[in-house]
Design a protein around this ligand. Structure first.
Ligand code: MN
Length: 501
């Protein structure tokens, strides 16, 4: 399981010597108070650590270098309580390799109308101090999140918390390892990509493993461990009678438990954070891994099917961002449509591999034939997903850049029961409507595989995309197809030119 409290965000306040030691002491006191309040905020999942106020180029460079080297520091929050001449920041920002958010706040919420004097004005001047810092950041063409408002406001803390979650996911991706069992599903385009480029730009490595390597782990699983996992299944799920001990298909459940344990051992041994499978390469496996994949996803592993390593890494990032939030996050695929004039909807599912973190009720553990792959009937968890606002996100390789597209959707219960559908599923209405959403998604080259989350907002993904230097496209209630087309054309130009700026 992933623990975000192990991570720190450093609170760095800029100022200058001109104000004298008394004012600087006050600046430091205020900054400490703010850092502490942010650290204790229920909306910020990491520790916010106060750092001494910086007033020289040397001190700024030093704190940025320290942040780069600090293992648990996922990023910086910067704030200019007073004026901090921004040429002092050039060397530090050039060196800084961690993401940062620029908090544009003021210690005092209100203007003290009756008492305000020039001392107050000189102390509380972030209104222009932060603009000077903003100019430098923009002049250097640096990506950062700007959060505006009083530091005690819920909205400000939520926005910083959202960014901190994205920074944690970015930190988690650096040096992360993803295992690919088998290659890509043959002839599929969108799941391909440049793994070298991804490692250079996104920090994670993807390597292939022969299915035989996994089979070795699976064959070594002991009966005692299988017994223990079967007991977990019986405790956690509604297990159909034929799969229960003594049932006619109990052996299928034992095969499923063996695959789960083997997969888990393989991933733990290699310190992997996610993996892909493909039904075209299952030599030595009794069945396509379904149940085990579902449960590993619930434990925080990134996963995508058919060799789709970009989506596996995306699902892992979404898992990290959503730690402690209500809802759930899963690998997903737009599967089939309800195109009724009375309300068009998408039914999302996959052959097997949907994460039970999004289940509305206790999942049913069942076994059914799989019409693809030519293996024994795989065991799987079947359930309906929860309702509520959700996001669907995909990452594609566009040749000269990585593109993320996100659709805001509203998940809802099925119109009627689905007694013959043997897989976990989610139903949603995409914003602004299915016609606009699907047209925009397709024009963006959006993948059929996604990360689906009832925990995250589009803001989490936008913050992550910005940190990662990815193009970010949002399809939401305000999207029109003609406006979206223009955005695609402008972005093509922008990303062609931006490297020269
Ligand atoms: Mn698929």
């Amino acid at each position: 399981m992933i623990n975000l409290k192990q991570f720190e965000v450093w609170f760095v306040t800029g100022s200058q010597h001109l104000y004298g030691p008394e004012t600087l002491e006050q600046v430091a006191e205020h900054s400490k108070t703010i850092a502490q309040a942010l650290s204790q905020s229920k909306n910020i999942p990491v520790n916010v650590v106060f750092k001494p106020v910086v007033v020289t180029p040397e001190a700024i460079l030093e704190v940025c270098r320290e942040a780069n080297a600090a293992k648990n520091c996922v990023g910086l929050i910067t704030w200019m309580h007073t004026f901090s001449p921004a040429k002092m920041w050039i060397a530090g920002l050039q060196a800084l390799q961690k993401p940062w958010a620029h908090l544009h706040t003021q210690y005092n919420r209100d203007i003290p109308w009756a008492d305000i004097d020039m001392d107050f004005m000189n102390l509380n001047q972030s209104a222009h101090g932060d603009r000077e810092f903003g100019f430098m950041s923009s002049r250097m063409r640096l990506e950062r999140k700007v959060v505006v408002g009083h530091w005690q406001d819920d909205g400000v803390q939520t926005s910083l918390g959202t960014w901190a979650r994205a920074a944690c996911a970015w930190h988690d991706a650096q040096g992360a390892r993803f295992a690919r069992f088998g290659d890509n599903m043959r002839e599929v385009a969108v799941t391909e990509g440049d793994k070298v480029n991804a490692q250079m730009r996104l920090g994670y490595s993807v390597n292939g493993y022969g299915i035989g390597d996994l089979v070795d782990y699976i064959n070594e699983v002991s009966d005692a461990e299988i017994d223990q996992i079967i007991q977990e299944y019986l405790d956690q799920y509604q297990v159909v009678p034929s799969l229960r001990p003594g049932g006619s298909q109990h052996q299928s459940l034992r095969d499923g438990a063996r695959i789960e344990a083997g997969l888990r051992h393989f991933l733990e041994h290699g310190k992997f954070k996610g993996f892909t499978t493909t039904f075209e390469d299952l030599h030595g496996l009794a069945q396509l891994p379904g149940l085990g994949v579902q449960r590993l996803m619930a434990d925080g592993y990134g996963f995508a099917a058919e060799g789709d390593w970009k989506t596996a890494a995306l699902v892992r990032a979404m898992k990290v961002m959503s730690v402690g939030l209500e809802g759930g996050t899963s690998f997903m695929e737009d599967y089939t449509y309800h195109l009724s004039q009375s309300g068009m909807k998408v039914l999302g599912a996959h052959m097997l591999e949907i994460c039970p973190s999004i289940a509305a009720t206790k999942p049913s553990l069942e076994v059914h034939p799989l019409s693809i792959g030519g293996k024994a009937d795989p065991v799987r968890l079947v359930f309906d997903a929860k309702s509520g606002p959700a996001v669907n996100a995909a990452v594609m390789e566009m040749g000269n850049r990585l593109r993320m597209v996100v659709n805001q959707v509203d998940a809802l219960p099925a119109d009627e029961p689905l007694p013959k559908l043997p897989v976990a599923r989610a139903l949603w209405i995409p914003q602004p409507d299915l016609k606009t959403s699907a047209a925009a998604w397709i024009l963006a080259g959006g993948a059929h595989h996604t990360g689906f989350s009832l925990s995250l907002t589009a803001e989490h993904l936008e913050d992550f995309a910005e940190i990662a230097g990815m193009e970010f496209l949002l399809i939401d209630k305000d999207t029109t197809v003609s406006g979206f087309k223009k955005e695609l054309r402008w972005n093509d130009l922008y990303y062609h030119l931006a490297k020269g700026i």
